[in-house]
Ligand binder design. Structure first.
Ligand SMILES: Nc1ncnc2c1ncn2[C@@H]1O[C@H](COP(=O)(O)OP(=O)(O)O)[C@@H](O)[C@H]1O
Ligand SMILES: [Mg+2]
Length: 339
């Protein structure tokens, strides 16, 4: 039995995944999906190993379409992928044996108990010692105490953990999670990510989609930033943030902003009376920006300087691409705020 020590100090027993030494469990080559005129996923190329790999992008950017193709549930228009060495076209059955997929929508049967939900999956997958395996995954997901209650009384976070338990029951090497923390409160989100980290530490390759920049930053080993079907950048969150050498200056004003000219400062956007600038030196730029705004008769209500976040990286990458749509970005921000 494997024992895996994770960063939070939790010791987990019972998980044993034999792909520790394999490098890339997911290799994606020119994967493309068109829906009529719309290109939902455009020539995607990625390799993913034993890591938490995040696909980060706003709603409609093509994350779910990508996952559906990789899990053999949707045929690509062109291109292909190998999962654990099996081609999604040639060996879909082998691919499905090697993976688990937790879709975005809740999929537990609320009329069954937690234990029955997991046991059903174990039977469906033909797991040999299904009773023991069910107990084991319930324990890993910290559901043993409540396992005999109906899933309908579970909280959102518990249902998500139950889905993870279902997904783990046949020892998959690769786990696909589509927006695993949507709709959960902060504590439940953190717990889900801790479990995902445990699975990564146990040797699993985790392919997870999210539109939460902060969660991707904190929990993903590497992140692919996706917009309108195109991967804009792939790297560790720190390296991506390092792409932006400048500071981010946020200024709340009252009045109508019509542009300023300050050396070393670039205006990025104006949203709800909040102006965002990128500045080479945030501290020294603040008073200059304030003066320039005062010259226009604008009153500054609040000012702040910070280092770039993944949010800013997204803005930087999307802003620098050909098709800039401020409306899309506004919608994206409101999604982040709402959640
Ligand atoms: N079955 C479908 N038929 C037509 N268009 C679709 C279909 N599924 C997704 N799309 C479109 O493809 C784009 C990507 O969708 P999706 O992969 O669900 O994005 P995300 O998961 O990032 O929110 C969207 O514009 C969406 O409307
Ligand atoms: Mg989606």
């Amino acid at each position: 039995m494997a024992r895996n020590q994770i960063g939070t100090g939790v010791t987990v027993t019972g998980l044993e995944i034999d792909n520790k030494n394999d490098t890339n469990q997911i290799v994606i080559r020119n994967l493309t999906k068109n829906f009529g005129e719309l290109c939902a996923v455009n020539q995607m190329n990625l390799s993913v190993g034993n890591e938490i790999f995040g696909i980060l992008g706003p709603n409609g950017s093509g994350k779910t379409t990508t996952v559906l193709m990789l899990t053999t549930l949707l045929d690509p228009t062109s291109g292909t992928a190998e999962i654990c060495g099996y081609d999604i076209h040639k060996d879909p059955r082998k691919v499905r044996e090697s993976i688990s997929y937790v879709p975005q929508d809740l999929a537990v049967d609320v009329r069954l108990t937690g234990r029955e939900n997991v046991r059903m999956f174990a039977e469906l997958y033909g797991v040999k010692n299904s009773r023991e395996k069910t107990d084991e995954v319930l324990k890993i997901l910290e559901l043993s105490d409540r396992a005999d209650e109906f899933a309908k009384v579970y909280s959102g976070g518990m249902r998500r953990r139950l889905e993870l338990a279902q997904a783990l029951v046949h020892n998959p090497k690769v786990l696909f999670l589509d927006e695993p923390t949507v709709g959960l409160d902060v504590a439940a989100r953190q717990k889900i990510w801790e479990h995902i980290q445990t699975l990564r530490n146990a040797g699993m390759s985790i392919f997870v989609t999210t539109h939460y920049m902060d969660e991707a930053d904190r929990y993903c080993d590497r992140v692919a930033i996706m917009d309108k079907g195109v991967i804009k950048a792939v790297d560790t969150p720190d390296t991506l943030k390092g792409m932006i050498s400048h500071d981010v200056v946020t200024i709340t004003i009252s009045g109508t902003f019509s542009g300023i000219s300050v050396p070393g400062v670039r205006f990025v956007k104006n949203e709800d009376d909040e102006l965002i600038f990128f500045a080479e030196r945030g501290d020294s730029a603040l008073p200059l920006i304030k003066d320039a705004l005062a010259e226009q008769g604008l009153r500054v209500i609040a000012m702040s300087v910070r280092r770039p976040s993944l949010d800013d990286v997204f803005l930087h990458l999307v802003e620098n691409s050909e098709d800039t749509s401020p409306l899309n970005f506004r919608a994206f921000r409101s999604i982040i705020r709402r959640n």
